[in-house]
Design a binder for this molecule. Structure first.
Ligand code: SF4
Length: 236
């Protein structure tokens, strides 16, 4: 697998905020969002840094699955949720299948997938191995990219077989109609899917955040406004 980094930390966003997890950041992304906070994951670096609770090493890419599991096994036994993040983890579905199958054979573990929600075919290949999905809906006015409504709809339909929540990043440049479209898209698939509204930075007033909350809450059963806490408190 091509990896950027592996580390143990505390989940800093979304509905699992505050849960210790072992993070595996996969290299490569099919998007180039304007507000991306992990551009270092767009390309494959020569080496992957592994920082577990007891050791730190750098190993060359591609990383073999069995040595990786040996490096993280103590942390996985102590904090039994693995967060697959990126970049876009679903670009390496074949390797992920092998990694997760092997990990699930050896440990009682939950697999939590963070994804941009644009690769439904790849999700379908791996959905049975995933326990929790944190899916983005990308708004073109914020990403600076084309829209992905069809991909997001197909993705949600597949993901809804498992525990899922959707995250929408909101910011001052956002076109409000796009936010409304995203809400209706979620409702069309399942109004019970929780929505996390995540402010891009601290430039939005509480008044605006309440407006977004109210817009979401009219159509969906569970809506929260949660900032990226790991950035505020400087967790990795
Ligand atoms: S999908 Fe995520 S990793 Fe990829 S460019 Fe967008 S924000 Fe960055």
């Amino acid at each position: 697998m091509n990896l950027v980094e592996v580390f143990t930390s505390i989940q800093g966003e979304g509905l699992y905020l505050g849960q210790p997890q072992v993070f595996i950041r996969l290299a490569g992304c099919n998007l180039r969002c304007r507000f991306c906070d992990t551009p270092q994951a767009w390309d494959i670096p020569p080496g992957c840094s592994i920082m577990t609770l007891n050791k730190g090493v750098t190993i060359s890419n591609p990383v073999a699955i069995h040595p990786l599991i040996d490096f993280i096994k103590e942390d996985v036994q102590r904090y039994p949720t693995i967060c697959l993040t990126g970049g876009e983890p679903l670009l390496q579905t074949d390797s992920l299948k092998e990694l997760i199958s092997e990990i699930k054979k050896r440990f009682e573990i939950q697999i939590y997938l963070e994804t941009n929600g644009t690769l439904p075919y790849q999700l379908d290949q791996i959905i049975e191995l995933i326990d929790i999905i944190a899916m983005d809906i990308k708004l073109p006015s914020l990403t600076g990219l084309k829209s992905f409504w069809e991909e997001h709809r197909d993705f949600l339909r597949i993901a809804d077989k498992k525990e899922i929540f959707v995250k929408i990043v909101v910011g001052p440049q956002m076109v409000n109609e796009e936010f409304q479209m995203a809400i209706f898209l979620i409702k069309e698939v399942d109004a019970n899917i929780p929505l996390v509204i995540q402010p891009l930075d601290n430039s939005l007033s509480l008044e605006w955040l309440f407006r977004y909350y109210t817009t979401g809450n009219k159509e969906l059963k569970q809506v929260r406004v949660i900032p990226q806490v790991h950035k505020l408190v400087k967790w990795k």
